[in-house]
Design a protein around this ligand. Structure first.
Ligand SMILES: Cc1cc2nc3c(=O)[nH]c(=O)nc-3n(C[C@H](O)[C@H](O)[C@H](O)COP(=O)(O)OP(=O)(O)OC[C@H]3O[C@@H](n4cnc5c(N)ncnc54)[C@H](O)[C@@H]3O)c2cc1C
Length: 378
């Protein structure tokens, strides 16, 4: 039988994150820039290492519990940039290091990545290679026992502040994406690469984004993650984790705004607006709330399936596509509702700017639809 309710442990986790966010994180909000001490505060409760086993310093949560924790964070903590930066660090960097890294790399790096003292970035996209990862130009050429890396990565979340980087480079360009790409764990203390300035963007301003430049950078074989040619598999797995769990923050954000917009309409009714005059707006909210419920069930079932160890390529793409499209639609719609009432709510406006990028990162909406269609044999 299916139980559509949180377990006692999940309820306790939810309440723990809500209380922590309200007491420790919300009071420090306000600056549009990234501040490392706020990341360190998140480390106190293990947010940067939610899904990593306790033996390596993490919280030991599965995918569903990670999703629930990120949803609580997104609901209680309106700094979507920091929420996103933490999620990208955890899901696209720390999780693959835990799943595929050598025991030596795990022991050395995971504790600091989980406790908030180290920040990681995932470097796949390039100026001429986004959705089409086959056109990757960054190369890692083996010279004796070391690889020499040359190339440029861009749109790297956390790139400007990263202590460590999960880098994808072509080790056998002839073989293309599948089999020709490998992943390397870089440590800014050992490996010499240039970090570009923060790329300005309208949303997610507290999540620093930038380019990384590699000019004949040497990296030893011991820093390879997952073995030669395994980069595509590793990247796809990390994207599944990201598609399944990162949207939790968006779900929490959407729910907070739905409650704000509901309160706005109630206030207008209390202040004398005729209920029937607000029918179109209330129908919009009713529709969005219903879509939110359905989307959350989709997300929870994808995460549950991941915890069962079953393939989730299709469910991860469906969940990512639905959440990000709903996020954009609802934040714009609620912004218009407030403006139509003669009000501008900073949280609503910022959330809408933050939501705009959600249909791009972790693979665009078109790429999610391509994946879903492929699983349908199309
Ligand atoms: C806020 C933010 C954070 C990011 N963080 C990271 C990060 O940490 N690390 C990282 O490596 N990258 C990151 N990215 C980059 C992101 O992964 C890419 O933007 C994304 O993969 C799309 O690539 P692109 O921008 O080159 O667009 P393109 O691939 O050039 O696509 C442009 C448009 O064409 C569409 N399109 C492309 N190919 C097809 C096709 N075959 N069929 C149909 N439509 C298609 C796309 O859907 C899109 O709408 C981030 C991006 C953003 C906005």
């Amino acid at each position: 039988m299916l139980a559509f309710r949180l377990s006692d442990d999940q309820q306790a986790l939810l309440e723990e994150i809500l209380a922590f966010a309200r007491q420790e994180l919300v009071p420090g909000m306000g600056s549009p820039d990234f501040h490392r001490h706020r990341w360190e505060v998140c480390g106190r409760i293990g947010l940067p290492g939610l899904s990593i086993p306790r033996a390596y310093g993490g919280r030991g949560l599965g995918a569903l519990d990670t999703l629930i924790a990120l949803e609580a964070l997104g609901y209680a903590h309106p700094d979507n940039g920091l929420n996103f930066a933490l999620s990208a660090h955890l899901l696209a960097c720390v999780v693959p290091l835990w799943l595929y890294g050598s025991e030596k790399l795990r022991q050395e790096y995971l504790p600091g990545l989980c406790d908030g003292s180290r920040i990681a970035a995932n470097a796949m996209s390039e100026p001429a290679s986004g959705s089409d990862a086959f056109s990757m130009r960054t190369q890692a050429v083996l010279h004796e026992d070391r690889y020499v890396v040359t190339g440029t990565k861009t749109f790297v979340s956390n790139g400007p502040v990263a202590d460590q980087v999960l880098l994808y480079a072509a080790t056998d360009p002839e073989r293309g994406f599948l089999g020709g790409i490998s992943a390397f764990w870089l440590d800014s203390q050992h490996h010499t690469f240039e970090i570009g300035p923060v790329i300005e963007k309208a949303g997610l301003t507290t999540s620093p984004l930038g380019s990384l430049y590699f000019q004949h950078m040497e990296v030893g074989r011991e820093f390879m993650v997952g073995g030669e040619g395994k980069g595509a598999h590793l990247f796809n797995r990390s994207m599944e984790w990201e598609r399944v769990c990162l949207g939790g923050g968006h779900l929490g954000n959407i729910q907070r705004l739905l409650e704000k917009a509901t309160e706005l309409l109630r206030t207008r009714i209390r202040n004398g607006s005729e209920r029937h005059a607000l029918q179109a707006a209330s129908h919009q909210l009713a529709g969005w709330q219903s879509q939110w419920e359905a989307t959350r069930l989709l997300a929870y079932s994808a995460a549950w399936k991941m915890d069962e160890g079953r393939p989730v390529t299709r469910e991860a793409a469906m969940s990512k596509w639905r959440i990000s499209e709903l996020y954009k639609e609802v934040t714009l719609g609620i912004s218009l509702l407030f403006r139509g009432s003669g009000m501008v709510d900073p949280d609503v406006e910022q959330s809408h700017m933050d939501a705009l990028a959600s249909t791009l990162y972790s693979g665009t909406s078109e790429m999610q639809l391509t994946i879903i269609a492929q699983t349908m044999g199309l």
